[in-house]
Design a protein around this ligand. Structure first.
Ligand SMILES: NC(=O)c1ccc[n+]([C@@H]2O[C@H](COP(=O)([O-])OP(=O)(O)OC[C@H]3O[C@@H](n4cnc5c(N)ncnc54)[C@H](O)[C@@H]3O)[C@@H](O)[C@H]2O)c1
Length: 371
C-alpha cells in the first residue's frame, strides 16, 4: 500500500522533537516525510530538509508556499505535523485545516485557552482529522492501565497522584529548547505547567477516564527573573469526588523525565513510571501484587497492539510516539482511533493551564476548571 505523505512544520536544525516525530511516523512504514517548512528562516529550512534527506524541491521557506505547492502536486502531502514552539501551533493548524489538510500537532494545542477554542471551531468546521501528540498515551502499559481501570480492576477510584519532575531548567535557560519555553510570547500562558504539567493532567484523565472538575494551584517562579512558572503543585478533584495531587517541576535538580502515575480505588491500586515503562504494578486490596510486563500474554488488546517486540526486548518513547502515528494513519484511512488524543484534550489541557495560572496568581484557593 502507498504510504501516507507527511509535511513537517518546524523540526529544523538543532530542534528536539521534529526528528523524533520523523522516526516515529516512519516506524511502521505507513507514513513518509516528504516535505516541510522546517524553520521560519528559509536557509535553515533548507538545511533541515537536507538533514532529513527529502527532495530539496519540497523544502519550503514558508507555510503558505508549502500548502499551495503541495496541493498542486499529484503526490502532494496528505497531512502536516506541527512541531514548532507553542505560539505557532494555532496559525499553522489554521492554515493547514483551512487548506483542507489534516493536522497532527504536538502539545500544548495552542498558546492560550482562547486560541484553543478558536482551533476547536476550525477543526469542527473543516471536518478533518486532528491529533495531539500526548506521547505517554502511546505506551502499551499506559493503555493497559486504562483498560484495567475501565473494567473495574481497581474498583471505584478514590485517589490519584501524578508527578512529572525535571531539573533541566533549574539554572540557565539560554539553550535552543529552553529560551522559548521561558518566554510568554512563544510558550503561552504557562511555563512548566504548559510544557509538562499538561502531559500529567492529560495522563490522569486518560488513565482514569475521569474528568477533573476543580483544582487548587500553587505555581512558583523559582528561578529569579523568569516570567513563567517553573514549579507546579496542584490539588485536583475529579468528577466522581476522587482526590488527586499533580506535581510538575523543571527545577528539581537531577530529575530527567520522571513522569509517574499512581491510582488507587476501593479494590486496588496501580503504578506506572515513564523511565521504566515496561512494567505496570497492580496491587489488590487482599495484599497480592502483580507486575504486568510489556509483551506479557495476559495483556489486553490495546496494550498487545501497542507492542512491536516480545517481552524482555524493551520499547519506549519512540514506539509510544509511533503508536500515536499509527492511530492517526488509521483515522486518515477512514478507520477509528479511540485512544488518540484530539482537540477536546487540547482544549481541556489549555483550560487546565489557564485556570491554574489565574487561580495561583490570585491565590483563589479551590476553583472550578473553567473551559
Ligand atoms: N510530546 C512530547 O513529548 C514533546 C516533547 C518535546 C517538545 N514537545 C513540543 O514540541 C514543540 C517543539 O518543541 P522542541 O523542543 O522541539 O522545540 P525546538 O526549539 O527544539 O524546535 C522548534 C523548531 O521549530 C522551528 N520553528 C519555529 N518557528 C517556526 C515557524 N514559524 N515555521 C517553521 N518552523 C518554525 C524552529 O526553527 C525549530 O527548528 C513544542 O510545542 C513542545 O511543547 C512535545
Amino acid at each position: 500500500m502507498e504510504r501516507l505523505r507527511m509535511g513537517m512544520i518546524g523540526g529544523g536544525p538543532g530542534s528536539f522533537i521534529g526528528p523524533i516525530h520523523r522516526i516515529a511516523a516512519e516506524l511502521d512504514r505507513k507514513i513518509e516525510l516528504v516535505s516541510g517548512v522546517f524553520s521560519s528562516d528559509a536557509q535553515r529550512s533548507r538545511q533541515g530538509g537536507e538533514s532529513y534527506g527529502i527532495n530539496p524541491a519540497r523544502t519550503y521557506g514558508d507555510l503558505g508556499q508549502m500548502l499551495a505547492a503541495e496541493k498542486a502536486r499529484p503526490d502532494g502531502m496528505d497531512f502536516v505535523t506541527i512541531v514548532t514552539p507553542n505560539h505557532h501551533h494555532l496559525p499553522a493548524a489554521k492554515a493547514a485545516l483551512e487548506a483542507g489538510v489534516p493536522v497532527m500537532s504536538d502539545k500544548p494545542a495552542t498558546a492560550t485557552l482562547a486560541e484553543a477554542k478558536v482551533l476547536a471551531g476550525i477543526v469542527q468546521k473543516a471536518g478533518l482529522p486532528y491529533g495531539l501528540t500526548h506521547t505517554y498515551t502511546g505506551y502499551p502499559l499506559v493503555r493497559e492501565a486504562k483498560a484495567r481501570i475501565a473494567t473495574g480492576a481497581l474498583g471505584t477510584i478514590r485517589k490519584l497522584v501524578v508527578e512529572y519532575p525535571q531539573g533541566w531548567l533549574a539554572g540557565d535557560a539560554s539553550g535552543k529548547q529552553a529560551e522559548w519555553r521561558v518566554d510568554p510570547a512563544r510558550s503561552g500562558e504557562g511555563g512548566c505547567i504548559g510544557d509538562i504539567g499538561t502531559h500529567a493532567f492529560q495522563l490522569a484523565e486518560f488513565v482514569t477516564g475521569l474528568k477533573v472538575t476543580e483544582l487548587l494551584a500553587d505555581l512558583g517562579i523559582v528561578v529569579p527573573g523568569r516570567q513563567l512558572d517553573d514549579d507546579v503543585s496542584i490539588l485536583l478533584r475529579f468528577e466522581n469526588g476522587a482526590r488527586g495531587v499533580l506535581l510538575a517541576s523543571q527545577i528539581e535538580v537531577g530529575e530527567l523525565n520522571g513522569l509517574r502515575i499512581r491510582v488507587y480505588g476501593d479494590k486496588g491500586g496501580l503504578s506506572w513510571k515513564q523511565e521504566e515503562p515496561n512494567n505496570l504494578t497492580i496491587h489488590s486490596i487482599d495484599g497480592r501484587t502483580e507486575i504486568v510486563r510489556a509483551g506479557d500474554a495476559s495483556l489486553g488488546p490495546w496494550a498487545a497492539a501497542a507492542s512491536r517486540t516480545p517481552g524482555g526486548h524493551p520499547e519506549g518513547y519512540l514506539e509510544a510516539f509511533a503508536n500515536l502515528y499509527r492511530d492517526f494513519a488509521a483515522l486518515l484511512q477512514g478507520g477509528e482511533a479511540p485512544l488518540l488524543p484530539g482537540i477536546a484534550d487540547g482544549v481541556r489541557g489549555m483550560a487546565f493551564i489557564s485556570t491554574a495560572v489565574a487561580a495561583s496568581r490570585a491565590r483563589s484557593g479551590w476553583v472550578p476548571l473553567q473551559i
